[in-house]
Design a protein around this ligand. Sequence first.
Ligand code: GLV
Length: 325
Amino acid sequence: MKRKPYIFITRSLPEKTIAPLLEVARVSMWEKEDEPVPRDRLEEEVEQADGLLTMVSDQIDRDLLESAPHLRVVSNMAVGYDNIDIEAATELGILVCNTPDILTDTTADLTFALLMSVARRIPEGASYLAGGKWKEWAPFLLAGSDVHHKTIGIVGMGRIGAAVAKRATGFDMNILYHNRSRNREAEGQTGARYVDFDELVQESDFVVCLAPLTDETKGMFTYNVFKQMKKSAFFINASRGGLVDERGLAYALDEKLIAGAGLDVFQEEPISSEHPLLSFSNVVALPHIGSASVETRNSMALLASRNIAHVIKGYRPKALVNKEQ
Ligand code: GLV
């Protein structure tokens, strides 16, 4: 008798988002929504699984992939897939999928919110009020920096970068970008100007990191990069913490080489409240929630499920990462 495909989901997801999987396979999932699956459970599951639906917090490395005799597809509920060893998966004939496009606008909204929060000191203002400190109105109370008519420098002009540029046009910003290749469409739509990395860093009032984490981009934002920025400029990261040398950023903030930072991502996640970057009042830090709207997270879970269901049915999934398969 033919074996019914088996899928393991590494977090608890709403039932309606996994409906496409329930039609084609036996499915089980890690019971918890707010805690990653323990490694030993994942190791047990991959011995039988034909498909895995994974999160950015799961490390899907070569060892794990090599111990998965039936595995045909890993579907990550994220646009980024640096948590998966793509080379090993490709060698082993395992398809890897992601959830592009549907999270673009939601992530761009959060990136822009982070930029505005740090520039206009919004979380500081909210805590000031909640802490009972507001006794008098004052002309320069919590005065921040303007966003409109400033220069934004976007590092990584992919889909999310272009969506941030589009938002920046509404604020009459001058838009610079740096990317592996020119994005003529974004240039045409937003007036963004392609510049080299050094020029972007030196000229921007907001340096916004949206490039994926790869061997080339790892640790690219060093102390020396922050040192080249204007003292009045802000650094925003909504991509991956691995692009930033966090010690270098902490030194730069300590020496007041930059005006502040907005960070949604960190080198090692989750961070604790003792993390050195949290000690600066001009840092706004968030727990990796770029694409976290209810609508978008439901769509991402559904697309991640559909990707697997396509493979099980013998079709090529739409959001395939290792395309040479
Ligand atoms: C989130 O970080 C993603 O890559 O979608």
